[in-house]
Every structure is written in C-alpha cells, then in structure tokens.
Design a protein around this ligand. Structure first.
Ligand code: AMP
Length: 675
C-alpha cells in the first residue's frame, strides 16, 4: 500500500516524496486511513522509531485548517527536544499547505512564544509545563482545538505531569478527539484513556513492529569490579559503534564518560547537571556524529531522537523495567538493526529473567570477545585507516628526501611493522595483560543458585535496612538535624543523587551528611546541626532533574515506615556505594599508556583543535578511528560500515533470527514494575 492510497492530500504526498518516504510503516498503515476517514479517538501503543510521528502528524496536517488563527491541533509531548523534533516533522509534512506551527516549551522566552501564537497558529506543539503556564496566563485559547495528541504519554506521567495533562485536556472542548501514543500502558495512561476518550480505536505495533524485532538483546555477566573493563571491551570490539551508554545516576554517568574521555574514546556525558545549552551542544555534536558515544541518564536521554544508533549499552540496568524498553528502543529504528547490551554482575541474573518475562524479549547470554579477537578487529581498523588515508602529494613532496634517507636502513616489512607498532603496541600491551572477563563457566552453570543467592542477599539488605530504620525512629543521631526533601525515588533520586544535590549546592563534604532515606515521593537525610542554616538556604529552591526542591527541618522520625520507600532507599544505597568503591582494575594502566603515547590527541574533546581531531582519527581504538584520518567525508562512511560489523559481534553466535524472542507485546499492561 502506498501513501497515496491512504487518502492523503496531494500537497502532503508531495512533501513525503521529497522526504524520501516511500511506503508507510505498519503503524502508519493502521492509523492514517482510520484517522482520515472518521473523527475518532485513538490509542497507539508504539515506541519511537516506528514512524509514529508521521502516523499522527500526517492525518493532523491533512485535517486542520491552515488558515485558522487559533490552534486546531495540539500536540503535547514530554521534552523540549521532542517538541522541536515533532514541530520540524510537522513543518516538513505541511510544507505545501501553508500552515503555521508553533513550538512552546520551557526554558525559552515565553513572550516570544506568545507573540508567535498571536500571529495565528494552526497547530501548537507543547511541553506540558509551559502549556499550562500559557493557559493560566490566558495567553493561548484552546477553544477551537479539534485534535489533541498526547505523545509518549507514559513518559509524561513518569515525569509527574499528571495534573498538567488533566488541566490541558479539561481546557479543550469536550468534542475534540484525543490521539494518545505510549510505549507502555500503565494504569495512569489507562486512566487518561478512560476519562478523556470515547471508544478509542486501538493501534498496536505488536509483533508487526519491525524495529523491535530488529533489536538483539544480549547480556554479559561479569564481576562487579570488571564492569567498566567489560564496557570497554564491547566498545573496542565495535570500533564503528555509534552508541548510547545508559547509567543509573548522574554521578555514574559523569564518571563513566570522564574515564572513557580520558582514555581517548569519543564519549561525552549527558545528564541533568549540565545546563540546557551544554546539553543541546552535546546532543547536537552526537547527532552530527562528532561524538561517537553518549553516556546518559534515562531522564537526560528523553526526547533524544536519533536514528542509526548501533548499540544501546546498559552499563547498569534501570530500576524501572519500562525504562529498559525506552532505552533499547533507541536503537534499531526505522527498519535498521541494533543491539541492546546489558552488563550485569553475577548476582543480577534475576533481572534479566524479570525483563524477559515482563516485556517478552529473549536475551542471549553473550560471551565477551577475547583480547586477541579485539586486537584483530582493531588492527584491521588501523590498517584500513592507513590504506584510506589521503596522501597530500604536493605537501609531502618536499619532505620525501628526508623521509627516504631516514628509512634507508629499513626494509619495507620493517617499516610497516614499526608504523603499525607505533599505534598498536599500547593496545597489545593492554590486552595482552587482560584476562577473560566473563564470569566463569562454572558460575554460569550455577546460575540458578546464583540467582537465589542474589535474591536472598537483596532481601537481607532490605531487612537490615529496615531494622536500621527502626533504630532511627528514635530520632536523628545526636549533633545532626533531620531534613525532609520534596523529591524522591520517583523523581529519579537515589542516595548518591541526594548527596550530590546537597554537597553541590552547599559546598559541604559528604562526611557532613548522615543517614539518607529515599522514599517514592520524598526523602529524608541527616546532616551536621551546624550546617542547618547553610543547607536550608542553599538547597531550598534548587533544581533536581527539572524539579524544584523544597527542604524543611523535620521532626518526622519514621522516615522509613513505608516498605516501598524503605526498599528503594536501602537497595539503591548499597549499589551506589558498591559502584563508588569498586574502581575498575585495569583502567589506570590503559589510560596512562594510551595517553602518554600521544593517544590523547585522538580524543574528540571540545577543546581539541580540528586538526588534532582528525589526526586522532587515524589512530586505532574504540573512540577514535572512524575515518582513517582522511580529512572530510569518509567520517560517516566509517559509521555505515559499523552496523554490518556489529551484526557479527560475538563470533560464537550463529544466526540472529533464531534467538529472538519476538516482541509480541512490547508494552507492559498494568503496573509499573521495578526490580
Ligand atoms: P518516529 O517513530 O516518528 O520517531 O520515526 C522514526 C524515523 O523514521 C524518523 O527518522 C522518520 O523520519 C522515519 N520515518 C517515519 N516514517 C517513515 C516512512 N514511511 N518511510 C521512511 N522513513 C520514515
């Protein structure tokens, strides 16, 4: 079936042809004719990468009146990035329809947005907070809205926009249609559907979702202390990787990105501690493939809408299983293949089983590539780079007599060996000392036992924490003040995040902070009494992941009375500590060697001059050598090659298709689950 047969206007078809859209994706096939034929509500269960923006965007631009002064179409989405992306897509679809589309989102000048709205607008694309602001200021009229699209509804609810969405929907006419899109269907999303929609037409990508079936889910079980070294191995084995590494906390994100950067990988962090401008810059560079690897938190990566990502690397699994769906959905978009790789320690096997059950995917137990295999791949990459290097004949000519004289004594073979060794020695040095990081075969056979022990330990941790909290119910430690904080586990806060929030804002050392209890919606912590005023003054009104933090002295002594809150606090606390303490074994050696030897030049840091940057590219290694040092276009070429190579990743595996569990139900009906 073609787009023409779906019943779209000729102006829309014209822009689709220009955009290179040939055939509708499955969700477009289902949604577009139905939305065009009748005015009905719609629930679309779809992730990004399935073509859902066009599934609602094409009927929307087809149906709204381009001459209307007040919005007829209203798209609400969770983040500024997604808001801008959708606006751009709608503008592209409606290029020949003469239609005004305005993006309104937080963090930008509201007056400018009001001016744009006042000029007349057919479709508004908005983030919930800013839209509510405009509604309350009476700067926008939603009286003529005919279609409300809620995109990534589950994400918006996760981010705490429930009340905002209610207010927005109640501000639109009763007879408007709601088209809701969500990757998962938790109760809260069902509530919206029940309260605001009538007999919605349901579209589910289900097993037809090409992109999900194209994701290979692989996990590697390693010892906790080898987590970082294992990550490097995956990257080194995939020199053309264009990947996203997900970490659980900002601190972990910053730490992993920092280590990778120092070791010469083209990696940058993306987390909430960066300003919007810094985040935009990093995302832009990643989009342009100036950065090969982005290390991100779940929250910061929301709305990151990038095709061609070859690998999603779960450095640590998220607490919420739903987030795994979101993470892995970043790869294998638009019919491409991709891998979602999970690193687990030997006690986390149960997490893989939980995900498999919950989102119906099958994981493959991966075997980390052997050092010699990694060396072979890197060597090939290095040699390819050398072969592809453009020789600047004219410029080098004057140096040739000197070059030839210097090499006079050496045979061709010796010269080749020396040139390759100049780059490759350090790599060989690192990997020749590196052992097998896979948790041992014996361990794997005892997976069941390991899993049980993991659970037992976790439960014990939970009980211990509970009993500790019971002790604490007698009041804060002497010399300490107990504080209430208005953000909690649901806002993505964990003990590490709380420590950082307090220490960063006050300049205090973490030693001044005592016990921490993270609850679902709020938290408690204790700190030195002498710092009470300092903490109240400086932490109050600060921001955590976009949420304003309120803080008070509390007399509440039962900070841990809620089981759920207690559990998340205790468990997360243990993990955070574990990570901080466990510095990767070989990191120092590798980093030092590579940098000393001039590898620093290869790292694509912001401050690296362009020339140096492309020099670096000619060296081998995970982060640097994409383009073999040639000066311009081939950079992207290197990437394209990557997806092919990555599909053969892990030589032990045979064919991909028989391992896939299918994505019969990519979404999880019912309650949000966590480990
Ligand atoms: P989305 O799920 O809306 O984020 O779309 C994922 C990617 O697929 C975007 O880059 C779209 O431009 C692209 N895309 C969507 N529909 C089609 C189509 N029918 N043909 C080709 N590319 C498409």
């Amino acid at each position: 079936m073609t787009f023409k047969e779906l019943g779209l206007k000729s102006e829309v078809l014209k822009s689709l042809t220009e955009m290179g859209f040939e055939a509708p994706t499955p969700i477009q096939l289902e949604a577009i004719p139905n939305l065009l034929a009748s005015d009905s509500d719609l629930v679309g269960l779809a992730q990004t990468g399935t073509g859902k923006t066009a599934a609602f965007g094409l009927p929307l631009v087809n149906k709204v009146d381009g001459k209307s002064r007040t919005p007829q179409g209203l798209v609400v989405c969770p983040t500024r990035e997604l808001c801008l992306q959708i606006t751009k897509d709608l503008e592209n679809y409606s290029k020949y329809l003469d239609m005004n589309i305005v993006a309104v989102y937080g963090g930008a000048d509201i007056r400018r947005q009001v001016t744009q709205i006042n000029k007349g607008v057919s479709i508004v694309v908005a983030t919930p907070g800013r839209l509510v602001d405009l509604i309350k200021r009476k700067s926008i009229s939603l009286a003529d809205v005919k279609y409300v699209i809620l995109d990534e509804a589950d994400e918006m609810l996760n981010m705490g926009f429930k009340e905002d969405l209610d207010l927005i929907l109640e501000s639109t006419p009763k007879e408007r249609n709601v088209w809701l899109f969500s990757a998962t269907m938790p109760k809260e999303v069902e509530r919206i559907s029940k309260n605001y929609m009538h007999n919605p037409f349901e579209v589910s990508i289900g097993h037809k979702n090409q992109s999900n079936e194209n994701i290979e889910h692989i996990y590697y079980a390693v010892k906790e202390r080898d987590r970082y070294a294992a990550l490097k191995r995956v990257i080194d084995f995939n020199p053309d990787i264009y990947g996203l590494i997900f970490c659980r906390t900002r601190m972990e994100t910053a730490s992993v990105a920092d280590k990778l950067g120092k070791e010469g990988y083209s990696a940058e962090p993306l987390h909430g501690d960066l300003s919007q401008v810094q985040r935009d810059r990093v995302m832009d560079r990643f989009r342009k493939k100036d950065i090969q690897i982005l290390v991100a938190t779940d929250v910061a990566a929301r709305g990151l809408d990038i095709d061609n990502i070859t690998h999603v690397l779960n450095y640590n699994l998220p607490d919420d299983i739903e987030n795994y769906t979101h993470r892995s959905g970043r790869t294998a978009r638009a019919g491409k293949k991709g891998q979602s790789i999970v690193l687990i320690n030997t006690r986390e096997n149960y997490k893989i089983k939980t995900i498999e059950k919950q989102i119906r995917v099958t994981f493959e137990a991966g075997v980390l590539p052997k050092p010699e295999d990694i060396c072979a791949i890197q060597l090939t990459k290095l040699i390819q780079g050398v072969i592809e290097t453009e020789v600047k004949e004219k410029e080098i000519e004057k140096f040739m007599p000197q070059i030839m004289a210097e090499f006079e004594e050496l045979s061709k073979e010796e010269i080749v060996k020396k040139f390759v060794s100049a780059e490759f020695n350090r790599f060989i040095d690192y990997y020749s000392k590196a052992g097998d990081l896979n948790a041992s075969g014996r361990d794997s056979e005892r997976g069941g036992e390991r899993e049980d022990r993991g659970r037992r330990d976790r439960d014990r941790g939970y009980d211990e924490d509970r009993s500790k909290r019971r002790d604490r119910a007698s009041g804060p430690e002497s010399g300490k003040t107990r504080f209430f904080v208005s953000v909690g586990n649901r806002d993505g806060l964990n003990p590490g995040g709380l420590l950082r929030l307090i220490c960063d804002n006050t300049g205090l050392q973490s030693g001044s902070i005592g016990k921490i209890d993270i609850m679902p919606a709020f938290s408690f912590f204790e700190a030195d009494q002498s710092e009470t005023d300092n903490i109240l003054r400086k932490v109050n009104g600060s921001e955590y992941e976009g949420t304003t933090v309120n803080i008070e002295i509390t007399k509440d002594k039962s900070g841990g009375s809620s089981d759920r809150g207690g559990r998340s606090g205790g468990f997360a606390g243990k993990r955070e500590g574990g990570f901080g303490g466990g510095s990767p074994r070989r990191e120092g050696g590798f980093g030092g060697q590579r940098r000393e030897g001039g590898f620093g030049g290869g790292s694509r840091r912001d401050d690296a001059p362009r020339g140096l940057d492309s020099q670096g590219s000619s060296s081998f290694g995970g982060g640097r050598s994409r383009d073999g040092g040639s000066s311009s276009a081939p950079r992207e070429g290197g990437f394209r090659g990557g997806s092919e190579r990555s599909s053969s990743f892990g030589g032990e595996r045979t064919s991909g298709s028989d391992r896939k569990g299918g994505f019969g139900k990519p979404f999880n009906k019912g309650k949000k689950s966590s480990f």
